[in-house]
Write a protein that binds this ligand. Sequence first.
Ligand code: NAD
Ligand code: TYD
Length: 352
Amino acid sequence: MTILVTGGCGFIGSNFVLDWMAASDEPVVNLDKLTYAGNPANLRGLEGSNRYSFVHAGIEDGETVGVLLREHGVRAIVNFAAESHVDRSISGPEAFIQTNVVGTLRLLEAAKGYWAELGGAARDGFRFLHVSTDEVYGTLGPDEAPFTEETPFKPNSPYAASKASSDHLVRSYRETYGLPVLTTNCSNNYGPLHFPEKLIPLIIHNALAGKDLPIYGDGQQVRDWLYVGDHCSAIRRVLEAGTPGETYNVGGNTEKQNIDVVRTICAMLDAARPRPDGNAYAAQIAFVKDRPGHDRRYAIDAGKIRRDLGWAPKETFESGMAKTVRWYLDNPAWFESVTSGAYRDWVAKHYA
Ligand code: NAD
Ligand code: TYD
């Protein structure tokens, strides 16, 4: 038995692979295209393990995926591979369509071809788990109820639209071909190994570097934050016990305004690593031009996964943020390598 993880060198994927290797005996094949967001150093600790292998390829390369599925006798695919940053989707949506839509389609095709050849228990047990986002549901007003699995899709950014398209494709492979698919729609994650283009690692990085802490618009947009380790445990649980064809919303029940998230980080840094001049990190906060089409509020109703599969997050926002800030303080070399581009040089040399 082996699982195929795609996008395993990114933020959530690498946390998932590390988690999986610690929690299970099952081998993992990690297929990743190594875009700017993929950092193989995240998984350097696994090099030499006979349960882990890495393949440098894109999910759109159906032929390579087909070979891997057959060679390894894969029993499940967990699809993290995506272009994932809203701001990049605004300046360049094309890559989002290529990976998130076309790539997911090719991955589904490869999975369908392989699954059709399986028989008996291998066929019954096969799963295609698609990792998606709450952004497909659009935005909520201040008093609206959180998103459920029944909330209609209303994506507002090219990123969200591309993920919504991929979710629809995944669903259609169940309805049309019977492929045993599962979809998870999760709220904003945070934790170790998070590329510093996203809010939380960017703020920690800029604070320590003495730079401005950019807050879009009035900073009162709300996100429902989940510690990445809790997302990983939700995915493991859905893979283990989810009903094929179902979607599961995953969230931390932790709605926070962006400005409060940033102030929390500043306060944690003030305590753990005071600024040399004695001033508070919050002095670095700078309100900047808002993101176009900026969704005001996301919130997840995670009642279904709790009721049906018994999953609940372990971390509170305070405990998860404390772990996160501590991890970045303890791993300055990681920040240094992703921001200096050193790991890009390494990738270019290593995979030339
Ligand atoms: P990320 O941008 O950190 O990592 C994406 C990974 O996918 C990288 O390793 C990249 O090299 C790889 N990749 C990109 N295009 C590829 C392709 N064509 N073929 C193979 N690999 C490719 O993203 P993330 O934050 O870890 O998100 C992972 C998944 O979880 C995404 O599907 C995202 O939509 C979803 N998600 C993310 C969040 C969040 O808060 N980050 C929340 C909910 C859902
Ligand atoms: P982000 O981490 O990009 O995730 P998403 O857009 O998928 O929710 O942004 C989280 C929130 O923080 C979002 O409301 C945009 C805001 N934000 C800022 O205010 N400043 C920043 O520099 C960034 C990157 C995000």
